[in-house]
Each structure stands twice: as C-alpha cells, then as structure tokens.
Design a binder for this molecule. Structure first.
Ligand SMILES: [Zn+2]
Length: 91
C-alpha cells in the first residue's frame, strides 16, 4: 500500500515554523501509516507534520488576493437579469 515505508525516527523533510524553512525532521508519531508528528532536527520543535508545506504557502500572485478583495467589495455591477420571453402572452 505505502509507497515509502516510514518509521519512527526516520528523517523526513518538513516545514518548520520556528526555522521558517524546510528542514530535516525526525518522525515522532505515525498513525495508520501516515506521519502525524515530526521534530525539527535543527531546533527540536515538535509539531504536526505539514507535508512539507507551511501554514502559508506562497500563493500564486493575483488570484487568491483578488478573491479576498473582491469578497469585501459590494457588488457594484450585479449580473443583468435574464429576460425570459413569456410564452403565455402569445396568441
Ligand atoms: Zn526548526
């Protein structure tokens, strides 16, 4: 099932919030074959496994920010209502 068999104490790359870098970590907890907790080999900070990603990954420029801004703005131009032809009025 598992592509790479990981075991406690193995070294794995993960993002360390303290170091703010992708660092080598020891695996300290595995649940159902998935790494749950790791410990930074540099600062010994123990935390949940981030799958190599920090809480804030670099967002692709534009879209995410635009969505945030757009969500705060009132809709100045709502989509026009579609005018449906009334079949009833036809003779
Ligand atoms: Zn660290």
């Amino acid at each position: 099932m598992l592509e790479n068999e990981l075991r406690l104490g193995d070294t794995i790359d993960d993002y360390c919030k303290r170091c703010r870098l992708l660092m080598n970590h020891y695996i300290v907890s595995i649940v159902d074959g998935e790494v749950k907790k790791v410990r930074c080999q540099t600062c010994h900070h123990e935390h949940d496994f981030q799958h190599g990603q920090g809480g804030r990954k670099k967002e692709p420029s534009g879209k995410s920010l635009f969505d945030q801004v757009a969500a705060t703005l009132p809709q100045t131009s709502p989509p026009p209502k579609t005018i449906k032809p009334k079949k009833d009025r036809r003779n």
